[in-house]
Design a binder for this molecule. Structure first.
Ligand code: 3PG
Length: 397
């Protein structure tokens, strides 16, 4: 069901689960992409005269109030972007939230404090989660699931609440699913997937699945070194997951057997320390000195990756190629981002971190086919996993 199926929304109290998990430096939001992505659904509801209660999380607090993870700065930014006052309840389901729910007028919006300040939100115990979901549901008449970045979480505000109120998907989740479906069903070929980030272990499921789907896999970021180790190379003091080396070797063998091109960098930018001012040099990927660590893919590799990406008809990218936060190690990530902007086909940037990276490097959202707000969620979708926040909506509709 979509918003349209919820009928006349005037005067109805609508609980919206958004993903407003933005990066913060103190109380300063360093990338407001997820807040911006939440706006169309909220605006639609407000225009329809709904009384909107937004529930969301920020970071991973431990199930109790934690001022460092308050959503208040997010509510302030939301107010600026919507160009109208936004209320803030200092609790999620307590007296403040109940008062806010009772006092909202048509076309008004309140943000409830971080839903993860409540242990019931993330509890593994169905009954505990359910009891908290009952409290959330009591605040509203309808539920709208619009936090794509959390649909892979079986949590009270994502999953359990959807069976307690008439529920629908918001426009953001709809759009995200439509785009990702194009990648999983019949991607135009060549279909190239670029994976970066630090850990192979985070990407196991998706690599496994993509070896059957994609034509080419480009691997960058910290996980490269586990693959290089699997090829028998010494990786110096680079990040290495020793327990994943055999798995990486298995992927290399499978790619060769299945005719999937799995491309690793052939040169690496190394430095003696993990620091912005560490002296950077470029070495052959097969000869990283023992006292050096790899912090970015090298220029030859970046050029090769870019050439493969610009010739693709479908590209999905998740994870930076290097430590892009340090200018000396940002070129690989910049080259990949730039290539995505130049491809004629569908280009999708997946993940809150990757999205923040491209914006931090000066790219704008409209240069890409789609920037997904979901990191883990988009990867799990591509893996073909069942996403609790989506499956529950199918079950209840
Ligand atoms: C994300 O940042 O990917 C989403 O907001 C989900 O956050 P989580 O990984 O803490 O559940």
């Amino acid at each position: 069901k979509t918003l349209h199926d919820l009928g006349d929304l005037r005067g109805r109290r609508v609980l919206v689960r958004s993903d407003l998990n933005v990066p913060l430096d103190g109380s300063t939001i360093t990338d407001d992409g997820r807040i911006r992505a939440s706006l169309p659904t909220l605006q639609t509801l407000l225009d329809a005269g709904a009384r909107v209660l937004v529930t969301a999380h920020l970071g991973r607090p431990k199930g109790e109030p934690d001022p460092a993870h308050s959503l208040r700065p997010v509510a302030d930014r939301l107010s600026e972007l919507l160009g109208r006052p936004v209320g803030f309840a200092a609790d999620t389901v307590g007296r403040e939230a109940q008062r806010a729910s009772a006092e909202l007028s048509d076309g008004e919006l309140v943000v409830l404090e971080n839903v993860r300040f409540n242990a019931g939100e993330t509890s593994k115990d169905d009954a505990v989660r359910g009891a908290f979901a009952d409290e959330l549901a009591a605040l509203a008449d309808l539920f709208v699931s619009d936090g794509f970045g959390v649909v892979h979480r079986k949590q009270a505000s994502v999953y359990d609440v959807a069976s307690r109120l008439p529920a629908a998907v918001g426009g953001l989740v709809q759009t995200e699913v439509e785009v990702l479906q194009r990648l999983t069903s019949t991607p135009e070929r060549p279909y190239v997937v670029v994976l970066g980030g630090s850990k192979v272990s985070d990407k196991l499921g998706v690599i496994d699945h993509l070896l059957d789907k994609a034509d080419t896999l480009l691997i960058g970021g910290g996980m490269v070194f586990t693959f290089l180790a699997a090829q028998g190379h010494d990786v110096g003091s680079s990040l290495l997951e020793t327990d994943q080396v055999d798995i990486a070797r298995g992927y290399l063998d499978r790619a060769a057997a299945q005719g999937v091109e799995l491309v690793l960098p052939t040169d690496i930018v190394v430095a003696p320390a993990f620091a912005a001012d560490a002296p950077a040099t470029v070495v052959d990927a097969g000869s990283i000195p023992s006292d050096q660590m790899g912090l970015d893919i090298g220029p030859d590799s970046a050029a090769r990756f870019a050439q493969i990406i610009t010739s693709a008809r479908t590209v999905f990218w998740n994870g930076p190629m290097g430590v892009f936060e340090f200018p000396a190690f940002a070129d690989g990530t910049r080259a990949v981002a730039d290539a995505l902007t130049r491809t004629d086909g569908l280009s999708v940037v997946g993940g809150g971190d990757s999205a923040a990276a491209v914006r931090a490097l000066g790219f704008t959202d409209d240069q890409f086919g789609h920037i997904s707000t979901g990191g883990g969620a988009s990867l799990e979708y591509l893996e073909g996993a069942t996403l609790p926040g989506l499956s529950i909506l199918e079950d209840v509709s």
